[in-house]
Write a protein that binds this ligand. Structure first.
Ligand SMILES: Cc1cc2nc3c(=O)[nH]c(=O)nc-3n(C[C@H](O)[C@H](O)[C@H](O)COP(=O)(O)O)c2cc1C
Length: 188
């Protein structure tokens, strides 16, 4: 029987896909008997007690080679409490939709830079593929994303939206983390 855990889920999104991923993680936790306390780092609550939190999951999208500033700020500001629990990092990017090894290496460096900047070192990282929502982007974003997509061999037809997130792979990652976290908890 798996331990029931109360999980702090911190996320930030710019275009909405990481919110969908955070919602999915929240549902997954509940469906598996755990409890989720969700925080949007862009609008964090004024006060939050993390005393009774057993584990932390942080989810953030890569935008121009980095994560949203509110997420970096929030994690940095609470790093002591966060590091006292086992943590999982879910990055969301277009890179993770492809298989270019140098792009993947860069993605791992981007995630490591987040840890260096914030001081938060998760025990495990999952690189989830995000989405291209061309029909929702303004002119500038559409132009920029088309260039990024072209470089990554992703679709460039801006008349359509594309979702690359592999929900099954995300569930498998969560399953592994939730099973391992209680054992790790005493060691962090
Ligand atoms: C302005 C912009 C810049 C982006 N830059 C990158 C990037 O540098 N590397 C990458 O892999 N994906 C990049 N992407 C793709 C996003 O990571 C992907 O669309 C993701 O789903 C966005 O998450 P969000 O909807 O939660 O903001 C970028 C997307 C946008 C809109």
């Amino acid at each position: 029987m798996e331990d029931i855990m109360r999980v702090l889920l911190i996320f930030a999104t710019i275009e909405g896909q990481t919110r969908e991923i955070a919602d999915h993680i929240g549902r997954y936790l509940k469906d598996n008997g755990h409890e989720a306390v969700t925080i949007d780092a862009t609008h964090p609550p004024k006060s939050l007690s993390v005393d009774d939190v057993d584990a932390v999951i942080c989810a953030g999208p890569v935008h121009i080679g980095t994560f949203p500033a509110p997420l970096r700020r929030y994690v940095h500001a609470h790093v002591r409490e966060l590091m006292a629990r086992p943590g999982a990092f879910v990055t969301v990017s277009l890179t993770a939709a492809g298989d270019d090894q140098s792009e993947w290496e860069e993605l791992r460096e981007i995630a490591a830079r987040f840890s260096e900047e914030t001081g938060w070192w998760p025990v495990t990282v999952h690189h989830a593929a995000g989405a291209l929502k061309y029909t929702e982007y303004d002119f500038f974003r559409k132009w920029m994303l088309r260039r990024i997509a072209d470089k990554k061999d992703a679709p460039t037809d801006t008349a359509h939206d594309y979702e690359f997130t592999d929900w099954g792979a995300l569930d498998m990652f969560l399953d592994g983390f939730l099973k391992d976290a209680p054992a790790v908890a005493g060691k962090v």
